[in-house]
Write a protein that binds this ligand. Structure first.
Ligand code: NAD
Ligand code: ZN
Length: 388
């Protein structure tokens, strides 16, 4: 059947690397669940990865699975035990449901639970469909002022929040963000809201950096030159921090390399580098960019199991801490408050949603994100959402 005729159209990835629309069965909520009408779902790089590569690390698509984990929804019905939500409430969906019993769950670090059921990751059906049941504890009510579109960004925003919660950023701390994709942009927004200034954001792609300057006019951007070594890139990025310290954040972006002799260490260098690409050379660059005693927090992930060229002795002698994050825990209530309270600007978040598709056109949305088609005018594709 055509998606337009389906009661519960859903975006399905198959084991043999295809995506298709399917009419998903309707089920009643169990006692601790809610039945949701998903109103907005963002598409993430991992959805594309499952489609094109059938796996991320050791998670493999072994059968049909409904994609999507960045969702916001309207409550349609509630199970017998649910008292904090009612039909008509608007919620943001927390996709990862952990076991609740292991020592990590008990400790509150439930993102590290090895028994997590994550929506949109095989075999757990995701949010890219009309109707979905979900544990009521993982449906977070939205205040009136927060739209479905904005609320569907709380999932990637949560990654950025967890990155900042684990990073030593205080008011006026210089910070660098590597990668200007959705995660890098959100990380920049949370870093700024957490007090970081100045912020230098990098990318290889000038279109993404131009978007970053519209998104956060006070940021400085630096385009990584492909031929540069990590040390060279780091030197140019550090020179930009030195320029910002001398001239303020009105200084020219795109730091120039004027040789090796300038004593940039006299200027405040980034206390934290938030690495949001997962690319080996960028992680190495981060190691050379952080100030002595600073922190590199690696948010980016990679299909590669190991990487080389981490500047081990440079980081050792400078006591640069190397951290990693795996998603988030306990971020939805704080994210919703931060948006509602204007600490994170909802209009700015909405600016990231550059393209919208009807649920019935979810395959077209995936094709756009997957890079098989390009929009007219060369507008950057930042975040694509499916709305219903
Ligand atoms: P994205 O691919 O849209 O953005 C990455 C950006 O990095 C791109 O704009 C790309 O041009 C840029 N880039 C590539 N190489 C670079 C380099 N050497 N220097 C500077 N920039 C470079 O991805 P995204 O959705 O923004 O996600 C960013 C990363 O975060 C991905 O690796 C993603 O898998 C990861 N991620 C991690 C978690 C986690 O829990 N740790 C959660 C979500 C996403
Ligand atoms: Zn657990």
């Amino acid at each position: 059947a055509a998606a337009d005729d389906m009661a519960n159209p859903s975006l399905v990835v198959t084991k043999d690397g295809r995506i298709k629309m399917e009419d998903a069965p309707m089920v009643d909520p169990r006692p601790d669940e809610v039945l949701l009408h998903v109103r907005a779902t963002g598409i993430c790089g991992s959805d594309i990865h499952f489609w094109h590569h059938g796996r991320i690390g050791d998670i493999t698509v072994e059968g049909d699975c409904i994609l999507g984990h960045e969702g916001a929804a309207e409550v349609v019905a509630v199970g017998a035990n649910v008292s904090h939500l009612k039909a008509g409430d608007r919620v943001a969906i927390e996709p990862g449901v952990s076991c609740g019993k292991c020592f990590l769950c008990v400790d509150g670090r439930y993102n590290l639970c090895q028994d997590v059921a994550f929506a949109g990751v095989f075999p757990h059906p995701g949010t890219a469909r009309r109707f979905k049941t979900h544990p009521a504890s993982h449906a977070h009510r939205l205040p009136r002022g927060v739209s479905y579109q904005t609320a569907a960004l709380v999932e990637p925003l949560s990654v950025a929040m967890h990155a900042l919660r684990t990073s030593p950023v205080t008011l006026g701390a210089p910070a660098a963000v590597f990668g200007a994709g959705p995660i890098g942009l959100l990380t920049m927004a949370v870093a700024r809201a957490s007090g970081a200034h100045p912020i230098v954001i990098t990318d290889l792609d000038e279109g993404r950096l131009a978007f970053a300057r519209r998104f956060e006019p006070r940021c400085l951007t630096y385009r990584i030159e492909k031929g540069d070594s990590p040390e060279q890139s780091a030197r140019k990025i550090r020179r930009l921090f030195a320029a910002a310290a001398r001239e303020g954040s009105e200084c020219e972006s795109h730091g120039e390399d004027q040789g090796e002799d300038e004593a940039v260490d006299e200027y405040p260098m980034p206390q934290v580098v938030l690495e949001c690409t997962g690319v080996e050379s960028s992680i190495a660059t981060a190691g050379y960019t952080a100030r002595r005693g600073g922190t590199v927090n690696v948010v980016g992930v990679s299909p590669r199991i190991t990487i080389d060229n981490v500047p081990f002795m440079h980081m050792s002698l400078a006591e640069i801490k190397l951290l990693f994050i795996n998603r988030y825990h306990d971020t939805w209530p704080a994210a919703i408050r931060a948006i509602e309270g204007g600490l994170i600007d909802a209009e700015k978040l909405d600016m990231m949603v550059t393209h919208r598709f009807r649920l019935e056109e979810a395959v077209e949305a995936m094709t756009l994100v997957g890079g098989k088609t390009r929009p007219a005018g060369g507008d950057p594709v930042i975040k694509v959402q499916i709305v219903d």
